[in-house]
Design a protein around this ligand. Sequence first.
Ligand SMILES: *Cc1c(COP(=O)(O)O)cnc(C)c1O
Length: 403
Amino acid sequence: MSETRRHRPATLLVRGGLNRTPFGETAEALFLTSGFVYDSAEQAEATFRNEIARYQYSRFGNPTLTMLEERLAALEGAEACRLTATGMAAVHAALLSHLKVGDRLVASRALFGSCHWIVSTLLPRYGIESVFVDGADLAQWEAALSRPATMVLLESPSNPMLELVDVGAVCRLAKRAGAMVVVDNVFATPLLQRPLEQGADVVVYSCTKHMDGQGRVLGGAVLGTRKWVDEVLQPFIRNTGPAMSPFNAWVILKGLETLKLRVDQMCRNAAAIADFLAERPEVARVLYPFRADHPQHALALRQMGAGGTLVTFDIHGGKGACFAFMNALRLVDVSNNLGDSKSLATHPATTTHMRIGAEERARLGITDGTVRLSVGLEDVADLIEDLAQALEAIPAGAARAAE
Ligand SMILES: *Cc1c(COP(=O)(O)O)cnc(C)c1O
């Protein structure tokens, strides 16, 4: 509903897109239906001729999905939004709906694993040239974008090293090269970073992460201009079918109502944990964008509203010490997910970033001692106690071995 668009994020998260049925239900209605019926054959014909706007089939549109699309568009400050079944379907649709043989895409190297696969493996199969740059190095962006390009894909902060890309600067370079900029904004969430205001054209999300944030459903979203969404993205989604389930859209709508409360608290917990880890002798290095020792701290302050919900750190002693630490955790779970209300620890080198190989991991700065911690909503004192006892459980030999 457009009249709610002027409200602030906390209000939009609760009210944005709300469209009640004549029953006047309090909560958003769940339209768990695959299709819709018509009053007459004439009405069906007029609908398919686009003469009247009406729901036809849930692969093209569904009222519960519309509420979530409008809520996310209002929150992002985007003209339009389309949902997909997963975050990867959103990235795939954003890229493949737009690119064609002979096009050129420039991407930051530090991408979510499956995004990296799409750029490095899938796109070249279709005759699309893909070029990787080190996202933090503006000179590399400038060199890659000194030639015409069709699209730019970047992620900031990146997974798992929390490396930042100067979104505004890359958008200016991309404009000159004629490229459309797609930002994967999952780690920052719509609350901490606003890529469209910095010049990006399209923003993509995995709704699986902070938006649901309670470990229940998968989902994805693509946001952009009305024209691009209607003319480029929607025909692709309509005809290839990565539609989100209305049930999942409903769960994510309800998840959004608490997104700000959750993300604000998770950021406070993450900042406290980063400071705690930085003082520990077992920890070689802590990466958290709002700590003064983050290599891009000034950019983080300029570009983000808070440091985020993830903390990445290196433990002395490599894989053995990391595994001892992770296995000793009693509260924090070992998982490859993130953005959840439960704190989750990941060893990227042996899980999410195993397939990219040792050489690419080294380039990204991922070591065998790197741990990615997705900080949740537990009491931060309990989390710190758990991390402390798990660090103390690392056998002395393991910690010393690699020093
Ligand atoms: C999780 C994630 C994705 C993919 O989302 P799914 O919902 O798992 O398909 C894409 N990009 C980033 C940065 C992610 O964290």
